[in-house]
Design a protein around this ligand. Sequence first.
Ligand SMILES: [Zn+2]
Length: 304
Amino acid sequence: MTTALITHPDCLNHITPEGHPERVARLEAVAEALKDLDLLRLDAPMGEDSQILRAHPQTHIDRIKTAGVSQLDPDTYMSEGSLTAAYRGVGAVVKAVDMVLGGEVANAFCAIRPPGHHAEREKPMGFCLFGNIAIAAKHALEVHGLSRVAIMDFDVHHGNGTQDLVWDDARILFASTHQMPLYPGSGEASETGAHGNVLNVPLDPETDGAVFRAAMTEQVLPAIDAFAPELILISAGFDAHKNDPLANLNWIEDDFAWATHQLCDLADKHCDGRVVSTLEGGYDLDGLAASCAAHVNVLMERGK
Ligand SMILES: [Zn+2]
């Protein structure tokens, strides 16, 4: 068994304005960091509307399809290549779920952009157009017949979009650690989902990986363990890194590796090690590259 790396050159054609943190160089840095690893490398297929419709209404899909070159909110831009890039992102996570659940690979990482965890049901925002990780979860439930899928989001920002897309779906546990206060402002511990299926763990600014590890150990990991997922999905943002310009947590590469090990432990216990991870944020290129490599190295080690 091996680890799949699913990506596509089209994800480099999503061009944001000069100075925008969510830029092409991010994915180039990730590709460079992973280039010598012994991964099964695959091009992402295009996602399909039927897959997106499990998370977003047709009106949202139509809005993104017809937006053209535009600014959708203060942070979220579309260039000529953005629509195709977004569909590659959806296609990547769906393909990853198919491969992992089909037993073709042990686990998978999707190196894609634009990211997805801020996109709400009818609202692109925070650099995100489609809710990739929620779409992946719903694909696993609807197409592969799973009953329980857990999503862990350790991006430094709250995954408000994922929370919105899974809020009323008892089959999905959504757990998020994030700095608070910080964009987008949601993610209070009191937000628990329609079925108690959402776990938000806000972290104070300027805290380090020890605080994150304690929050994981005391809250997140027991919740995932009790949920007994049949698949674990990861919204892997690396912007809690100490050098990230958009936030104020002080994690280092080893914190991401540690979290990955912990999630793989639970995957081993409950679901034959099945893990699908996808890139969200991370805006310091060196911190992003090193942290992402640490994360993927653990997936590879655990996927052997
Ligand atoms: Zn983020």
